[in-house]
Design a protein around this ligand. Sequence first.
Ligand SMILES: [Zn+2]
Length: 702
Amino acid sequence: MYTPAQEKEYLDLSRRMLATPEPQTQEDADKIVKDLRDAIRFHDWRYYVQAEAVITDFDYDQLFKRLKDIEAQYPALMLADSPTQRVALGLTEEFVAVEHNLPMLSLDNSYNEADITEFDTRLRKLVGTEGIEYCVEPKFDGSSIALVYENDVLVRAATRGDGVMGEDITNNAKALKSIPLRADFSKYGIVKAEVRGEVIIRNEVFSAMNENRRELGLKTFQNSRNTAAGALRLKDSAEVARRGLEAIIYQIGYAVDKDGKNVLGNGIESHFESIQTLYKLGFNAPVKELGKYTTVQQIVAHCAEWEEKRNSFPIEIDGMVIKLDNYEKQQQTGSTSHHPRWAIAFKFKARQAHSVLERVEFQVGRTGAVTPVAKITPVPLAGVTIGSISLHNEDFILEKDIMLGDTVLVERAGDVIPYIAGVITTARTGNEIPIIFPRECPSCNSTLVKPDGEAIWRCVNLDCPVQQEERIIHFVSKGAMDIEGLGKDIVRRFLAEGIIKQVQDIYQLDYDHIGRLEGWKERSVNNLKHGIEASKSQPLWKLFTALGIRHIGNTTAKVLAKKVKSALDYQTWTQEQLMELEDIGPKVAESVYDFFHTEANIQLLTELQQLGVNIETKLEEVQPANNKLDGKSFLFTGTLTKFTRDEAQGLVEQNGGKLISGVSKNLDYLVAGPGAGSKLTKAQSIPTIQIIDEDVFLEMIS
Ligand SMILES: [Zn+2]
């Protein structure tokens, strides 16, 4: 962890390091190499643990390249914990079995209040009721790992395996920048430590990954846990680095001082304290998610709150973990051969349901892809009613052997998109009907095309009306230009009535004419006008997303937006140059290259610019943020009059604050505008939350 003052210090250091002259002596080089490593470590932490960069990618690359060059020139200065060593080790031919310092036991499960009460009663009998406290934290659904640090340096990373023996995945773990290659354990008198955690893939990253695979006609991944586990065992650590893995470290399993004496319970006294310590050491530790309680009622309430929050939380969690906080007490209770007595998992309800497949609709998307969509008997699942589910493509239907009339098992994972996990074949009556995939476009009747090796049937008619409609709907959608007041239905109506024909027309609307249309009032026209005007200043990455360039999701759009001054600059880039960018492979590079070498697209961008739409990189996309809000968390509710919700959220991020999605103890400030409802009421019941209005918020950042 870095304090705001240190953050400033390391930012200054980075700037200096970009400008210092070449070293003349080994002594010079030694000093520069140390500074460069410190600067890079700081930026890795800022980006991979704090999830926000304060340096441009370009400058970061320069720092990295300098370090690599000087290390190559002075091999004597090379160290195993240098940031350049993250992926330098290359291939792992075989994953060697290694023994954990202490077995990684699994947890006993609980499902309701009665189970937790029993757990509490049992512990009170074992250790007495005096000063009993519990830590409650989310159970991240990923792949478990154990990291060993000796003399502050990461020396080994292993999978959980069977709990006693795991596999050595050190090279691959080093590719994860959320795992520090060195950490100051010695500051706490620790000479050797084993820390434990979970390697996860954020829901957003997982969805994008699958979306991309679907586009490429590859098989999609079933869930993020297995995908993370698989990625950790890839042979090529450079490939591991590209998989969007993150390590959350939630436990010190083992820690000894120079005499081999246990530090847990003798230096670090509790689990709560060790989480704070891990965070201070630079690990991605769940400090914010951790609750500390004394009664079963409080624990149950906390678990219930998280079960509700689970669908909006950016990482998949499948339950909560309840741990006796004090180490001395933990040691008194001991463990069975399967699980520790001082901890228990609280499992969330499964997000599965049965329903019947009534019919299948074939929908044409903006790229011409025809997607089969299952219409099922509506069924409630984890808080929403589900009636439609994508069946992805013909192969998926064949592989799962899905027929009309089948009883299907519906699941909902963390990325909130429900899917069909399988067919209950034992429920078949013999009256089920096979699904026939059409060979003609349901919109324009042209013959569908499926290139060899791909899974998706496409309509290749560029004038296909549904494709055009979908392209415009995508352009205005929330994840893209986010034009408020211009939803799907309005786009369809405008197209049908000839008010718009193509994207450019959105910025040349005749508002007087619209005002005279049936159902339009002055207010709705003003809303629309305001939404369209506001979208003109969207950041460049939003425009890149909106343009619907194939294979470009939010993440790639952000990478692209940072690298140029104007979108039009990409006209001069080669595919080779594009492939040097982070996360961009040959297919994506080809698609970007083609897009910027198609006359109609350049014409579109030029026209959009003439119409006032921003096509340049905004300063805040690359500028270092400041820290006026210093990690404090914010939530906006009610009507905002001084700025839009997006702008407000941008302001929070630029000033070093965090956004959270619900009212809880983790919230520091609720910014409430007129008409605020249940969130305000809830916030008023939590004394640590400060309720402020827009003006106070603006003052905080001015
Ligand atoms: Zn068509």
